[in-house]
Every structure is written in structure tokens, then in C-alpha cells.
Design a protein around this ligand. Structure first.
Ligand SMILES: Cc1cc2nc3c(=O)[nH]c(=O)nc-3n(C[C@H](O)[C@H](O)[C@H](O)COP(=O)(O)OP(=O)(O)OC[C@H]3O[C@@H](n4cnc5c(N)ncnc54)[C@H](O)[C@@H]3O)c2cc1C
Ligand code: SF4
Length: 502
């Protein structure tokens, strides 16, 4: 029997389950990687994301060849044709594919009409299997991340001592919300000059006639496992000590601060979640002077949030992507695509995004998603936009982060209240308001910050639904202190803003 392996573009790890299953027959197992243009016909993508994935795939194919695998690499308009030909050419009886991370791709595999048997191997790029997550979820009334995270700490014995959390508490998040005021000196991110393979992809993407987002000229991401490991080592050495305190800070011109910059590599399989966690835990064991709030903070992101978002994505019903709890239908304003807005916080973030494909978590959550939430933009249009514009965007990580965490469009499955905030929060956590034409203190009038009138209008419009979320009652009392005239003026200004944008 001839077994063949199809490696998907986000499964670039030599120990992935389909490859592992044939490790004894390396020289005789045909392998295929397909660079398909089918995706780019469906929606636009950031140029740097296309370059990253295709370059990483081409590099990975070379590594597999050097290691003795029999590799075919195809570039084609669709997946079906090259796959069919390759199966017939090698007389393959059984095609093995590691379970896709994204549900739409699994559905695509299900409807493929192949001339051989298709075997889906369990996905080993995540720490929790989907069935283990389902067992955990079935035992709970509420599916909040914190209890999942604690379970993960115990299950994988991370930062544990005598069955208790190291440092006596599970979570040091309260210490991780410092604004970065005054002079700060975060380390520069580690960058990589494009080699011949990457340059060829850059040239192809630049010459392409399909629509894309962003620029490619500053492409400097890692494209191999070896480079991704350098990024991890660089993070542990230079960024980890200060990662915690400034996790929520936003500073003009400081695009990455002390963030890890690891999501593009984790999501492609160039890095594995446990090796990131272990690198951080080992650094702490070797140097107990490392601040525990930074160490625990990073481990919570990878062991907690990342695994939780993926587990939940496979656990929720198939209609999750179409949820719209607040019934928001406003279209996406053009400035999301071109960055041309006088709102300085959004302008700075969108400008970075165009040049790099990256914005850090608080920019994603408290600027982009927060604005979309309070301005009433359609959750599906916003999710589609995030998917098109970010270097690390995949269906499994977008749905729960954007529809759930960012927009509360799932009605509160994963958050106890919406992440909605006015300019007050942005002013506290960033320096953006200093360089803005709007007044972060005003709610109404020519210079009023749109984050303010949209915020109060959001609370007013959804008072009933929000009062069901116990944690919103305090802030709703402030809404009640406003006069009817003020609330009316706020509603009017919000509506005028949308009319002007149309
Ligand atoms: C609206 C919104 C959209 C997002 N879109 C994406 C996306 O497309 N792709 C993506 O990988 N992450 C996404 N995230 C999660 C998170 O913002 C990014 O993982 C993080 O900003 C990546 O940058 P970093 O590697 O520097 O992360 P750091 O802040 O340094 O965190 C370290 C790592 O923790 C993991 N992590 C932290 N939070 C999350 C989370 N909520 N979900 C999944 N992993 C997490 C990531 O692997 C990340 O690399 C989104 C969050 C929000 C609120
Ligand atoms: S004033 Fe408003 S729009 Fe301007 S930077 Fe501050 S929060 Fe953003």
C-alpha cells in the first residue's frame, strides 16, 4: 500500500502527526505541499502574510528534502488538480492529512472527491485535543478562561510547586496594566533579511493581479524554524523581564514594545506551544530574579488564552461566526483599509498594520475591536477585515477573538462583560491623545472624541441587554446620571458620524 502525505501551509513542523506516522518510510513516502491561489480569490490578505506562509512552506519543503523525504511542491490555481495528478502519478492508496486547524478547511476536505482513501490524523500542534476540551467544558457551568487556565497549569505541571501555583497565586494580571509614561526603551524586534527564496516570493506577490492589503517592502519576519527559534530566544533574553508590566501600554512609534511577536510562528507550526512555555519556565528556574508577573503573564497567554480560544472554536456551534448579539449592522468605514482618519490612536495602529501586518493585543482589543463594537459595525464585516489584514490571522483564532472577545457578538460566552471603553481608557494607557485633533474629555461637540459619543450611545442603545451583565451595572448608573437632552445629543452625533462616513 502506498501512503502519501499532504502538508497544509500551517503545519510546518517535522513532528506533525501525518509525517510522524510515516517516519520509518521516509524515502518512499510521497509528500505534497500546494501553494494554492484559491484563498486569495476569496478575500484579500496582507501581502506580508502571503509572503510569510509561502516562503515558510518553500523553506520547509527544502528541509524535508534534505532530510530524505520525497517532496513535490506545486503552485496552482486550486488544490484539487495538482492533488489528483500527484495521487495518480504515485499510485497512492491512502492520503494522510493532519486535521486542519480551521473548520472551513475540514469541510473542504470532506467534500473532496479523491481517487484514494483519505485519513485525517489528529492535530498535534495544540496542547489540548478537541475531545479533552469538550470533556473539560462538559464538566463546567461556565466556560471562563481562568478556570481552563488553572486546569492547564495542573494538567501540564507548569509553574506548580507541591500542587500549588508558584508564588502563591494563579494570576498576576493586576500587576500587568502599567501605562508606559515617560522615556522608555523597549528592545528592537529581531528582523531577518529576505533570502533568495523569500525575495522570489516577494517579487511574485508584488507582481500579482489579485487584491491584497498592506505593503511588502519592509518584510522582515522569520520564515524558518531556525529563525523562529532565534525570535523565541531573543524574547526570553531581552523582552520577557519587562513583558508583564507594560502588556497593556500603547506608545506612539513603539510598535512592538515588549510583546513576544511569536503568534505568526506558533500559528504556522514553526514553533510549538510547549517549547515556548518551557523556554519561559526554564528561564525562570535558572533565574528566579525574573519577575513572576512577566513569566506567569506570558505562560497564561500561551497555555491559557491560546489553547482556550482554539478549544472553544471547535466546541461552539457551527453558527458561531454569524452571531450578532447586539444586532449591529453598520458597514466598515473606508479608513479601516487606508488608515486615513483624524483619530490618532486608530491612525497610528492602522499605519503600523499596513507596514507590518502586526498590532499588539491591546491595540487589537481596546482600539480596533472596541471602536467597532461601540460604533455598531457588523461583526462579520469586522471579522473579515481582521482576517484580511493581520499576519497571524486564521479562522480558528479569529472567530473567538473577534466575534467573542472583541465584539461580544456571542452574547457573553467567553467574557463576563463587553470590552467597551471610552477615550478615558485610551488616554490613560497611551500617549495617542496628545497628538490628536479630538478632545479626549469631550462627549459632544465638534472636537468630541468619537470613542466618547459612541461609548455612551452604545450603553444607551443596549441598556437592557447590558444590565443583564451584572458587571455593567456600575457604569450604567453613570449613564442614568445624564440628562435626556445629553443622551439625545450623543445619539445625534453618533448618527451624524455614520452619515458622514457613508
Ligand atoms: C480582536 C482580536 C483579534 C485577534 N486576532 C488574532 C489573530 O488573528 N491571530 C492570533 O494569533 N492572535 C490574535 N489575537 C490574540 C492576540 O492579540 C495575538 O495573539 C497577539 O497580539 C500576538 O502578538 P504577540 O505574539 O506579540 O503576542 P503577546 O502579547 O506577546 O502574547 C504571547 C502569545 O500568546 C498567545 N495569545 C495571547 N492572547 C491570545 C489570544 N487571545 N488568542 C490566541 N492566542 C493568544 C499568542 O500566541 C501570542 O503569540 C487577537 C486578539 C483580539 C482581541
Ligand atoms: S482623543 Fe479620541 S480619537 Fe484621539 S487619540 Fe484619544 S481616544 Fe483616540
Amino acid at each position: 500500500m502506498t501512503v502519501g502525505i499532504w502538508i497544509l501551509g500551517d503545519q510546518l513542523w517535522q513532528q506533525q502527526s501525518a509525517l510522524e506516522s510515516c517516519i520509518e518510510n521516509q524515502a518512499t513516502t510521497p509528500i505534497i505541499l500546494i501553494e494554492s491561489l484559491a484563498h486569495v480569490q476569496e478575500r484579500r490578505y496582507h501581502r506580508q502574510k502571503l509572503i510569510l506562509i509561502w516562503s515558510a512552506m518553500r523553506h520547509f519543503a527544502e528541509v524535508l528534502k534534505v532530510n530524505g523525504w520525497h517532496v513535490t511542491y506545486e503552485t496552482a490555481a486550486s488544490f484539487e488538480n495538482p492533488l489528483q495528478k500527484w495521487i495518480e502519478h504515485h499510485s497512492i492508496d491512502e492520503l494522510r492529512v493532519m486535521e486542519p486547524a480551521d473548520r472551513p478547511f475540514s469541510e473542504f476536505l470532506d467534500q473532496l472527491n479523491l481517487p484514494c482513501k483519505l485519513v485525517i490524523m489528529p492535530n498535534n500542534h495544540f496542547l489540548w485535543s478537541t475531545s479533552d476540551f469538550a470533556t473539560w467544558a462538559a464538566s463546567r457551568k461556565s466556560l471562563l478562561m481562568e478556570s481552563f487556565y488553572r486546569e492547564g497549569r495542573k494538567r501540564f505541571e507548569i509553574l506548580m510547586e507541591d500542587k500549588q501555583p508558584v508564588g502563591g497565586q494563579w494570576n498576576f494580571d493586576k500587576e500587568n496594566r502599567k501605562p508606559a509614561k515617560g522615556k522608555i526603551s523597549p528592545p528592537l524586534p529581531l528582523t531577518f533579511e529576505p533570502d533568495e527564496i523569500t525575495q522570489a516570493v516577494i517579487d511574485e506577490v508584488e507582481a500579482a493581479d489579485y487584491p491584497t492589503f498592506g505593503t511588502s517592502d519592509s518584510f522582515a519576519w522569520a520564515v524558518t524554524r531556525a529563525q523562529a527559534l532565534e525570535v523565541l530566544a531573543d524574547f526570553v533574553r531581552d523582552r520577557l523581564p519587562t513583558f508583564g508590566p507594560y502588556q497593556d501600554a500603547m506608545v506612539t512609534g513603539e510598535e512592538t514594545l515588549w510583546h513576544a511577536l511569536l503568534s505568526p510562528y506558533l500559528n504556522l507550526g514553526l514553533l510549538q506551544p510547549m517549547e515556548v512555555i518551557e523556554a519561559v519556565e526554564t528561564a525562570y528556574q535558572e533565574n528566579p530574579q525574573l519577575p513572576l508577573n512577566s513569566v506567569e503573564g506570558l505562560i497564561r497567554q500561551v497555555l491559557g488564552w491560546r489553547e482556550y480560544m482554539r478549544g472553544l472554536y471547535h466546541h461552539v456551534d457551527a453558527d458561531y461566526p454569524s452571531r450578532n448579539y447586539f444586532e449591529h449592522h453598520q458597514p466598515l468605514p473606508d479608513f479601516f483599509w487606508d488608515g486615513n482618519t483624524p483619530m490618532n490612536c486608530l491612525h497610528q495602529t492602522l499605519d503600523t498594520l499596513k507596514r507590518t501586518g502586526y498590532a499588539h493585543h491591546i491595540q487589537r482589543l481596546m482600539l480596533l475591536a472596541n471602536f467597532a463594537l461601540i460604533a455598531g459595525l457588523s461583526p462579520q464585516a469586522v471579522e473579515d477585515w481582521f482576517h484580511s489584514t493581520f499576519i497571524d490571522a486564521y479562522d480558528w483564532v479569529m472567530q473567538t477573538n473577534v466575534i467573542g472577545m472583541g465584539l461580544f457578538a456571542d452574547g457573553g460566552m467567553l467574557s463576563t462583560k463587553p470590552y467597551a471603553a471610552s477615550a478615558n481608557y485610551i488616554h490613560k494607557m497611551s500617549d495617542y491623545c496628545q497628538g490628536c485633533q479630538y478632545d479626549h474629555k469631550s462627549r459632544i461637540g465638534e472636537n468630541a472624541c468619537p470613542f466618547n459619543f459612541f461609548y455612551w450611545d452604545f450603553l444607551d442603545r443596549h441598556r437592557e441587554k447590558l444590565s443583564a451583565q451584572g458587571r455593567m451595572n456600575f457604569i450604567l448608573k453613570n449613564l442614568d446620571k445624564m440628562s435626556a437632552d445629553e443622551r439625545h445629543a450623543i445619539r445625534q452625533q453618533a448618527q451624524d458620524w455614520h452619515r458622514e462616513m457613508a
